[in-house]
Design a protein around this ligand. Structure first.
Ligand code: HEC
Length: 170
């Protein structure tokens, strides 16, 4: 009888110890991982509707064509591919940023330039806010494939990268 009590106390305390450990791990994961108050995911991939990593397939020519149309009507007033305009040159954005970051920047530029360190740095350099063009996620993904295709073309044709910041930082 005594042994059973002892055993159940032991296993109970074991359970408590494990449970406590798990809870601590959960708190660690939810805790913002840096002084900006952003999660690790947000630091790498931006803040916005895209909250997990995407599995990107090969560049899709149909999406590229649709994305190019969108880019030329909604983005070109502020962005050229190989030269700074109101905003940074877009030729090599797909090399510089993750796909998720690009989608979040397109769909949530206000928050990106207020809360994300890279967005803040860009705003400090360009001094004009990027306006939200209210693209759907599908439209933004088409623009993403367009940006992937122009980066690929740039590498194939050895097109020089325009500097993004006046200094040399990325
Ligand atoms: C009103 C001008 C304007 C429009 C329209 C605009 N942008 Fe921007 N964009 C900017 C500016 C300026 C920045 C730099 C951040 C800032 O100052 O807000 C920027 C930044 C970006 C970045 C981040 C670049 C990097 O190096 O991380 C991406 C990507 C981008 N824009 C894509 C687009 C796309 C795609 C569209 C069209 C759907 C678009 N932008 C429409 C002005 C604009």
């Amino acid at each position: 009888m005594k042994l059973i009590t002892l055993l159940s106390i032991l296993s109970l305390s074991f359970l408590i110890a494990c449970g406590g450990g798990e809870k601590k791990a959960e708190q660690e994961a939810a805790k913002p991982a840096n002084p900006n108050g952003l999660t690790d995911f947000e630091m790498e991939h931006g803040i916005g509707p895209v909250k997990e990593e995407l599995q990107l397939g090969a560049i899709d020519p149909a999406k590229v064509a649709a994305g190019e149309k969108t880019f030329k009507s909604l983005c070109a007033p502020c962005h050229k591919l190989d030269k700074r305009l109101v905003g940074p040159a877009q030729r090599y954005t797909a090399d510089r940023r993750s796909p998720e970051f690009i989608l979040n920047m397109i769909m949530n530029p206000d928050e990106m330039t207020k809360r994300h360190p890279t967005g803040k740095k860009l705003l400090a350099e360009y001094l004009a806010p990027m306006s939200n063009q209210n693209l759907t996620l599908d439209q933004a993904k088409e623009v993403l494939d367009y940006l992937r295709s122009v980066a690929k073309e740039g590498h194939e044709k050895n097109i020089e990268a325009a500097p993004i910041f006046s200094g040399q930082q990325k």
